[in-house]
Design a protein around this ligand. Structure first.
Ligand code: 13P
Length: 257
């Protein structure tokens, strides 16, 4: 069985219009393995620029566009928010939901994350659901409990079958933007736990969900991380802002055979 592999760029509140055009031209030269897809997630104002640049450059179709957040509401008086429909109209196919920065700085709970996942799926957007433990949670042996508690509300909201249409990104909070990567063995062990947790509900679904690792992944460490049996790709922050480095990560991904 082949599982889809995904390399996603989370630009966070970085990047520019010129980086959009550099990235689109750069990525168009990358040779991707069979079941590998690439997703670039810039800030909202740059989404349509990516879509136009992709049309102009005739960008290979396995390189797609994602957003970093979405509203749980369909439309209406929600100043500053962006709806699923707006994302669709802008050419977006994926949306990051529940990034640890949204959870910690903007108080997004796992219940809200579950609602956002549901509206994204209704609009035919693929959610990239982020989960991860803090340093103190890992040190006190609570990692598995934290990850289960982040996933359970999503399972309750959408049902396990719908996980065939989602992507999960495991991002240990202590590894984000710190240069401290989880060792390949530690990351694999946690990914295996996530897959087993899903398998307790539905084995076939669990075997198909792409599980991405995020947290200081770069050109130097991606090969070892991506070689792990349950790591199907990466969600990359800092290293995705450098076109040449991101290209190396994309071409390293082999996908699960
Ligand atoms: P870094 O790759 O900069 O550690 O960021 C990871 C991340 O948060 C991606 O969503």
């Amino acid at each position: 069985m082949k599982r889809q592999s995904i390399i996603a760029a989370n630009w966070k509140m970085n990047g520019s219009l010129s980086l959009i055009s550099e990235m689109v031209s750069g990525l168009n030269q990358v040779q991707l393995a069979d079941n590998v897809n690439v997703v670039v997630c810039p800030s909202f104002p740059f989404l349509t620029a990516f879509t136009y640049a992709a049309q102009d450059e005739n960008l290979q179709s396995r390189i797609q566009l994602g957003a970093q957040n979405v509203s749980e509401h369909q439309s209406g008086a929600y100043t500053g928010e962006v709806s699923t429909q707006m994302l669709k109209e802008s050419g977006v196919n994926y949306v990051i939901i529940g990034h640890s920065e949204r959870r910690s700085y903007y108080n997004e709970t796992s219940t809200l994350v579950a609602q956002k996942v549901a509206v994204a799926l209704e609009a035919d957007l693929t959610p990239i659901i982020c989960i991860g433990e803090s340093e103190s949670e890992r040190e006190s042996g609570q990692t598995n409990q934290v990850l289960s508690a982040q996933l359970q509300p999503v399972i309750d909201e959408i049902g396990i079958e719908k996980f065939l249409d989602v992507v999960i990104a495991y991002e240990p909070v202590w590894a984000i933007g710190t240069g401290k990567t989880a060792s390949p063995e530690m990351a694999q062990e946690t990914h295996q736990f996530i897959r087993e947790f899903l398998a307790m509900k539905q084995t076939d679904v669990a075997n198909k969900v792409p599980l991405l690792y995020g947290g200081s992944m770069n050109a130097a460490n991606c090969e070892q991380l991506l070689a792990q049996a349950d790591i199907d790709g990466g969600l990359i922050g800092g290293a995705s802002l450098k076109v040449d480095e991101f290209k190396v990560i994309c071409s390293t991904a082999k996908g699960y055979q």
